[in-house]
Structures are given as structure tokens and as C-alpha cells.
Design a protein. Structure first.
Length: 438
């Protein structure tokens, strides 16, 4: 594309060393890695009592709208959609043991979105990011890499749960596991050979091979539909006053803390890989990205879904070369098409996208060389940040372990003046959060 074209100028292709083709490849790659949410999120929401057809429509509409905003306004190559962890908390706790209906739960989600928005426009969220030491920021990137690799290995069946050792090696003779390994080595080889479309080729080839071997099936019936999901049962059905009158402060606090640091972790991690992070740790356009996800949270509640969050799977698109908001625009467009091809989207199985997640984890692990492990007051918090993300299966928990240990160690060793006051406040909030979550 001509470097003077509107798209090239608006998204600054030259400044980020990218092209239209590269951005489209990246967007399609991210979509393929995220497409599973079309089925997983609505299924979880329906377990919480939300009508499934409305949940499908709401999930896709939220994903399209907020991802488009992230791309066009914030100019980040990141897909945004209702989050898996928050959805699980919503359906299996708020609408489960906690005893609230989904209307009240959506009210709590909306209130947490207002809190996000307030923290963003007052630049408190930006101050929080800037107060995090560079070593911990790099540890966050590495921890997310370990976490996303764990997800990939789990989705591909390479590792499975074990009652004695928690996790163990899966059945490598299982056809799905073998296809995962095939996709991993094929994609890895193509990336070493610097094929730009390596990830897409790996995903498509593995999917086609799985179908031809009978491991996966083509969808029955028509692949195309003109009837869009009806979201009227959930549109504007949140109960804000109910959430306030029931005293859901602990739930709202948990929603706020988990999503705040989940989003922050993904944005910091991917901003580093995209070249958005300056040498001093400052991240460009971060305030716009934060406003986007806070607006997305409020919009999600209005549409009948849970908190919108930046998706880790966007790392696949970044690894495929995505550097600008056009990648997110392509992702949004793919989800728009998915509204009409929902049966076809389901063709891409988890064993086809799992290898890409593992490879992305390896790419993010490269940042570990920048952490000053020779200093124990840094090495220990950084280590806890990295390992606790995959071990607890939660990004925000990794933040908590890292922040609390960083603050406590510096206080006990008399180096408390080296820590910003805001870091102590954040560490205290995580202590409260851990207590409430327990």
C-alpha cells in the first residue's frame, strides 16, 4: 500500500514498520485464536441463567464494538471481548453460591465499569502503571507468556489435570494431541524461516488435517444464516439499584480489582511487544486503551454480558506482525462476518490454535533477560509474579503476589523509600482483595 494512503497515514504504517498485508494477516490470526469465545462465553453465561441466544448475540456485538473502538481510537492491535475469568466468576459465583440473579449481577458489572471509567479519567490507572518498576513490568510480560503457554498446552491436551501432581503429561497418542504437536512444529519451523503467515498457515493446515482424518467434523446444515441472534431478553435488563441495595460491595471490589489488573497485564505485555513502551516504561496511548475497556465494561452490562477485557490471544496477532489499530479493525470485521457464519467459525478446533499460544509464550519469555535477577529484592518479587500467573491460572493474582512481596521486602530491608507510595496502596488493596476472594 502507498505510504501516503489514508490507512497508512492514520495508523502510521511507516513508523511501526508494518504494511496492510501484515496487519490483515495479524487480524485474521487473532480472530482465529479468539473465535472460540463465540461458543464458550455464551455457554457459561447461560449457566448463570442468561438466555443463550441473547448471550451469543450480546457477546459478538460487544466484541465487535469495543474491539473496533480499541483499533480506531486507541490504535492498539488488541481484541476486546467479555472475559473468561470474569464470566466464570459471574456465572459460577455471583449467580451461583452468592445467590443473586443475572439482572443484579449485570448491575454489579455496570458499577465496576463506572469505577474503571473514574479511575481512568482521573488518570489514577495511568499513575498505577507508571508506579510499577520496570523490572516488574517485564516480569508481568514473562508471566503472561508462561500463562498463555499453559493455556495452549492445556487446550491441546499436552498437559492434563492430575489428582496427585495437579498436572501431568497428557496422552500423546491421542489424535488431538498429535495434531497439536504437528501444528506446533510446523508453525515453529515456518516462523524460524520467517514466513509472515506462519501462524495462519499452521492453524489452517492443522484444522484441515484434523477434518480429513475425522478428528473434527464439518458443521451440519447450512454454514450461513441471515437471522441474527435476538438480544432483546438481555438488552438493558441490568439491575443497578438491586446491586446497590443488596450490598454487593465485595463483589464489585473483586470485579474491579481483577479486571483492572487483568487488563493492565495484557496491555503492558502486548505494548512492550508492539514497541509502544518507551525506555522509561511509559506506554503511549495507554489512557485511550483504558477508557476503551472501561466503556466496554459498561456497554457489556447493557448488552447482557460480563466485563469486556483485552484478550491474551491478541498476542498471536502481535507475534504475526500486528503493530497498529488496523489489526483490531480486522478482528472486529471478522467477528461481524461471524454473525452470519456462526456454524463455520466452529470448525477451527482448540488443538489448531493451541500451538500458536505456546509459541507466543516463548516469544514473550524473551523479555526475561531485562530483569535484574542479580538483585534479590527484585528477583524474588519478579519470580513470584512470573510463576504465580500460570500456577494460580490468574493474571491479577500474579500482580498481587509480585506487588505485595516487592513492598514487604523493601520495607523489611530498610529500602522502603525506593518504593513509590502508590505501590504500597496497591499492595494493600491486593491484601484486601485476597481476603475477600477467600
Amino acid at each position: 500500500m502507498n505510504e501516503n494512503s489514508f490507512l497508512a497515514r492514520y495508523f502510521n504504517f511507516k513508523g511501526y514498520g508494518t504494511t496492510l498485508t501484515q496487519e490483515v494477516y495479524a487480524g485474521i490470526t487473532t480472530f482465529m485464536a479468539m473465535a472460540y469465545l463465540i461458543f464458550v462465553i455464551p455457554s457459561m453465561l447461560s449457566d448463570g441463567g442468561i438466555p443463550k441466544d441473547a448471550a451469543i448475540g450480546g457477546t459478538i456485538i460487544v466484541t465487535i464494538a469495543i474491539t473496533l473502538l480499541m483499533g480506531v481510537w486507541a490504535k492498539y492491535p488488541i481484541g476486546v471481548a467479555p472475559g473468561l475469568g470474569i464470566t466464570a466468576f459471574f456465572s459460577y459465583y455471583i449467580c451461583g453460591p452468592a445467590g443473586y440473579d443475572w439482572h443484579t449481577g449485570l448491575g454489579a458489572v455496570f458499577i465496576s465499569g463506572i469505577v474503571f471509567f473514574f479511575l481512568t479519567v482521573t488518570r489514577i490507572r495511568q499513575y498505577i502503571v507508571n508506579s510499577v518498576p520496570m523490572d516488574l513490568k517485564l516480569a508481568i510480560v514473562v508471566g503472561i507468556g508462561a500463562f498463555i503457554s499453559l493455556i495452549g498446552l492445556k487446550n491441546g491436551g499436552v498437559i492434563v489435570k492430575d489428582p496427585n501432581t495437579f498436572v501431568t503429561l497428557g496422552n500423546i497418542t491421542d489424535p488431538k494431541v498429535m495434531l497439536t504437536l504437528f501444528g506446533f512444529f510446523l508453525t515453529s519451523a515456518l516462523m524460524v524461516l520467517r514466513w509472515r503467515a506462519a501462524m495462519i498457515i499452521g492453524i489452517v493446515t492443522t484444522t484441515v488435517l484434523g477434518i480429513s482424518l475425522g478428528v473434527s467434523d464439518l458443521p451440519e446444515g447450512s454454514w450461513f444464516t441471515t437471522s441474527l441472534p435476538d438480544i432483546s431478553p438481555t438488552f438493558m435488563q441490568l439491575d443497578v439499584m438491586g446491586a446497590l441495595s443488596h450490598g454487593l460491595l465485595s463483589i464489585i471490589f473483586t470485579l474491579t480489582m481483577v479486571d483492572l489488573f487483568d487488563n493492565m497485564g495484557v496491555l503492558i505485555g502486548l505494548a512492550k511487544k508492539c514497541g509502544f513502551m518507551r525506555d522509561n516504561g511509559q506506554i503511549q496511548n495507554l489512557d485511550r486503551a483504558f477508557i476503551t475497556d472501561s466503556v466496554g465494561t459498561m456497554f457489556s452490562a447493557l448488552m447482557g454480558t460480563t466485563t469486556a477485557t483485552s484478550y491474551l490471544e491478541s498476542a498471536t496477532g502481535v507475534a504475526a506482525g500486528g503493530r497498529t489499530g488496523l489489526t483490531a479493525v480486522v478482528v472486529a470485521f471478522c467477528f461481524f462476518l461471524a454473525l452470519f457464519f456462526i456454524p463455520l467459525v466452529g470448525i477451527v478446533p482448540s488443538y489448531a490454535t493451541a500451538p500458536v499460544l505456546v509459541i507466543v509464550g516463548a516469544l514473550m519469555m524473551q523479555e526475561v533477560v531485562g530483569i535484574h535477577f542479580e538483585k534479590l529484592e527484585i528477583a524474588i518479587p519478579a519470580f513470584l509474579t512470573i510463576v504465580s500467573m500460570p500456577f494460580t491460572f490468574n493474571i491479577a493474582t500474579g500482580f498481587g503476589f509480585g506487588f505485595i512481596s516487592y513492598a514487604v521486602i523493601h520495607v523489611l530491608t530498610g529500602k522502603f523509600r525506593e518504593v513509590s507510595p502508590l505501590m504500597y496502596v496497591i499492595a494493600a488493596c491486593f491484601v484486601v482483595n485476597f481476603v475477600l476472594r477467600s
